[in-house]
Structures are given as C-alpha cells and as structure tokens.
Design a protein around this ligand. Structure first.
Ligand code: 4AD
Ligand code: MG
Length: 461
C-alpha cells in the first residue's frame, strides 16, 4: 500500500492516511513486546508505536537514541487519558534504521545533559542543538527575524546587505578584528551603520540584518565576538521620532510573534511568564540616571588614571558614587533594569563616552559636559539591547569630530560625502538579536541564542 511522505507538522491533515516519516529517535521506551519511539524531524515530535512482528527484529532490539529512522504507518488518536504531541500516535507497520547512533556509552546520549560542564557543552554544540530547549530557542530565533523584517517593512524600510569586509571603524579602534586584505589593512565590520547612511538618498529608510564582530575581551553573559546585528537608518527625523520608532518596532515584533500560534507557543514554552511590555517605555536622561543610581546606592568601582580598579587596605575594590561624565557600567546598568523591571530608554549620553558620529545636543548655560542625541534601550535581565543616535549632518562638524577622535578622514570620504551631496537630519540604531532573544526567551546568556556562538577563545565548532 502507498504511503504519503510527510513532515511531522503536516500530519494533522493526514490523519486517515498511511504516511511515511523520516526523523531521529528522540526518545525510546522498550517494553516486552512493544516499543514506543518519539521521532523528531525538526518540524515537531511524533509518538510512534512498534508492536508485534515489527518490534521483534534485531534492529528493533538494538535501536539507539539519535539513530535516524524511517517509519511508516497510520495515525491514530491517542487513547483517553494519554497525551502525545499533536494528540495522535503512529501505529507503525513498516520501519527501518537509516543510520544508527552509538547509544548509551556515547558522550551525547550518556554524559551530555543540561548539567554538563559548559566547555563540554560548547565542544558538543552540534549535538546540543538536537535538544528540545536549544532547538526551540533557534526555532524562535527564526520567527523573530521574520517578525523583525515584517515590522520594519510595514514601516516602509527596505532591506540591504552591506559588506562585512571593511576599511573603516564605527565604534572605536579598540574592538576591531584586523586582517590582511591583499596587502592592505582591513577589518571585520563592527556595525553597518555608515553604509546604511549612504543608502538613504537612494532607497529611503533602510535596515540590515548582518553579522557584526567585536574583539572585546569580555567574558560576560551578553558579549559575543560575532553577533547578529539588526540595524536601521531613517532620514528626516528628530531624536524623539527615533525613540518612538524603536519602541514601535519592538512592540510590533512582539505582537507579530504572539499572533502566530507556533511562535507564541515557543515563547510560552521558553518563557512562561512573558508579557508584552507596556507602552510608552520609560525615558530617563543620562543625568537623571546618574542621580537615580546614587539615590539607590548603586556605586561604581573607583579607577586610577590607567583605568584599573583601586583597592582599599583590605584588598577590596573601592566603590564610589557615580558622577556626571562616568560610564554606566554593565553591573550598574543591570541593577538598574532589575529594579525598574520594564524596558527603559536612557538618553543623552556625554559625547566623550560615545562614538564620533553622534549629533550633539544644544548646550545649556553653565554645563561643561557636551551631551549627545543618543539612546540605549535597556531590558530587564539583559541590559542594553539597542544603541542608537542621531548623526552629525553637517560636514564641517563631522570633520572636526574625526579630528577630535584621531581618525584619518581619508578612508571615510564616501561617508563624509553624504554631507556634501544633500545632507539631511537622520538617525538610526543597532539591536543585538541574541540579546533581544535572551530577553524574549528568558535565557541566562546570549551564548544560548546563537547557532554557533563565538566568544574570546572559542571559534569551534
Ligand atoms: O551600541 P552599539 O555598539 O552601537 C552600534 O554599533 C551602532 N553603530 C548601531 C547603529 O546605530 N546602527 O551596538 C548596538 C547593539 C548593542 O545595543 C547590543 O545589543 C549589540 O549591538 N551588541 C552586542 N551583542 C552581543 N555581543 C557584543 N559584543 C555586542 N556589542 C554590541
Ligand atoms: Mg552601545
């Protein structure tokens, strides 16, 4: 009799037919004359039942977890009181092993579980991916990228693909991966922002989803050496338009994910208490954030002129109050978002803490610090997930900014030219996809949110 080849996710429509499914043995329970297999094919899980003649073969008796199999049979609703994925099970009348796996003595099926040493898990990432949690996170990631694209497209932004191999820096020379490009120095991109800016007069508002690379020696829960960077750039906007837009895109993306039953189920599975954030998001100026930190007794480590932490007599790191001009470090930022408990925009950072291209705020009398039209969006449990700003639109001002930063303007001629050939007020932002996913799916670290995460010392598998 013929059997229709199908993916597990399609089976509900094929209940009365004989079907053929290919997949991997996800779970295996052998009883006297009956074998229960849960087969996984990436689209879902299928409970299958082998009994009688088909359960009595050598292959059946030596079957191991993670073997690939073909199973053929008819679907049957599960008996009352029992549960199975999809509410049905496959009564197998024919099956075979496609490729056997080593079984119980093997690292993956035996040693590897959620409590395994992190370095073993990292080495075996290619096998960890087969697990229910890891695969759900990556599946949700795929839906997330589609939702972002749909949200941005509905705001009339168009997607472009900027280069990864570049000869200009965006976020400071200290975190560049350098390499030799046919005898010339070049870098892996830190941000596609400068290229997006050049697209405005051609394509209008644009976005990209591109890998960015940061040579930061940061072993934290939220730093990767390579991450997926969603960046957008908008023309003829104000600073408050920019923050409104970021909030719109994030909320629209969350709405789209929750409106789709498959992604909504993944969010529920990974982060059962997830609630879409309330609008409008809180907006706190940098200066008010410094006051807030001091009012809440959140201090920063004192640093000497070289930037090293100062110790007191007992060898403890000396903690001091924050002052205007100080960076808000990761630890302080995290404490702040944990107390506030909702998304919050911090805006108006001092120019000396931020990148060269940022537009300055008009100075107030008596203020010696120059502030910028910049914003970071912080999320509970993760901290900064978005960094954005308005850009310097005036050519002379940009040339002065290169000079202040010690940047040779020559390789930036094409970026500078935007100010020469019809400048406009514009701004944009970058969002770390793994950080967003860590927030959405309540993951402890961004390393879980990347297919093959890279961090200092790790580029395998
Ligand atoms: O704040 P960043 O450095 O801003 C920029 O690169 C701007 N040029 C973006 C723009 O305006 N087009 O990076 C933006 C975001 C951060 O908020 C963070 O979410 C993420 O990128 N990010 C990282 N994610 C993982 N690992 C790292 N090492 C990251 N560095 C930044
Ligand atoms: Mg930033």
């Amino acid at each position: 009799i013929k059997a229709k080849k199908a993916k597990i996710s399609q089976l509900t429509e094929l209940r009365s037919q004989r079907v053929r499914v290919f997949g991997w043995v996800h779970r295996l329970r052998q009883q006297k004359d009956i074998i229960f297999l849960v087969v996984r094919d990436g689209t879902g899980y299928l409970q299958t039942v082998l009994s009688g003649r088909v359960a009595q073969t050598y292959q059946a008796l030596t079957l191991t977890l993670e073997s690939s199999v073909e199973v053929v049979g008819t679907l049957q609703a599960v008996p009352e009181g029992k549960t199975a994925p999809g509410g049905h099970e496959l009564i197998v009348d024919y099956w075979q092993v496609v490729g056997a796996a080593p079984g119980a003595e093997d690292a993956f099926t035996n040693r590897l579980n959620e409590k395994s040493d992190p370095s073993i898990q990292a080495d075996l990432r290619h096998l960890v991916l087969r697990g229910e949690t890891a695969s759900s996170v990556l599946r949700l990631r795929a839906f997330l990228l589609t939702a972002f694209r749909d949200a941005l497209t509905s705001h009339s932004l168009i997607e472009v693909t900027p280069p990864c191999l570049v000869q200009t820096q965006v976020e400071g020379g200290a975190t560049l991966f350098k390499f030799d490009y046919y005898g010339q120095p070049a870098f892996l991109t830190q941000s596609s922002q400068l290229y997006l800016e050049t697209c405005l007069p051609s394509l209008g508002d644009v976005f990209c989803v591109q890998e960015s690379f940061r040579a930061e020696n940061s072993h934290t829960r939220r730093h990767l050496s390579e991450y997926t960077h969603l960046e957008a750039e908008l023309a003829f906007i104000t600073f408050s338009d920019l923050m409104d837009h970021i909030e719109d895109i994030i909320c629209k993306t969350v709405d789209l994910l929750l409106a789709n039953p498959i992604s909504a189920a993944l969010v529920k599975q990974l982060n059962p208490s997830f609630e879409p954030p309330a609008r409008p998001f809180l907006r706190i100026s940098y200066v008010d954030a410094i006051k807030w930190l001091n009012e809440h007794g959140i201090k920063r480590p004192e640093e000497d002129a070289e930037g090293n932490a100062v110790k007191d007599e007992s060898g403890q790191t000396k903690m001091v109050e924050h002052a205007v001009g100080d960076d808000i470090a990761e630890a302080a930022e995290r404490q702040m978002t944990d107390i506030i408990g909702t998304p919050v925009f911090l805006y108006g950072f001092p120019a000396e803490l931020k990148a060269f291209y940022m537009k300055k705020m008009p100075g107030k009398d008596g203020e010696k610090t120059v502030f910028t039209e910049s914003c970071d969006l912080l999320m509970p449990n993760v901290g900064e997930i978005v960094g954005g700003s308005m850009r310097i639109a005036d050519m002379e001002e940009l040339i002065a900014a290169y000079k202040r930063e010690g940047i040779d303007p020559e390789p930036y001629y094409w970026f500078t030219d935007q100010r020469k050939y019809g400048t406009c007020e514009h701004g944009g932002y970058g969002l770390g996809v793994e950080r967003f996913l860590a927030w959405l799916a309540n993951r402890f670290t961004v390393r879980e949110c990347s297919l093959y995460p890279r961090w200092p010392g790790r580029a395998t598998p």
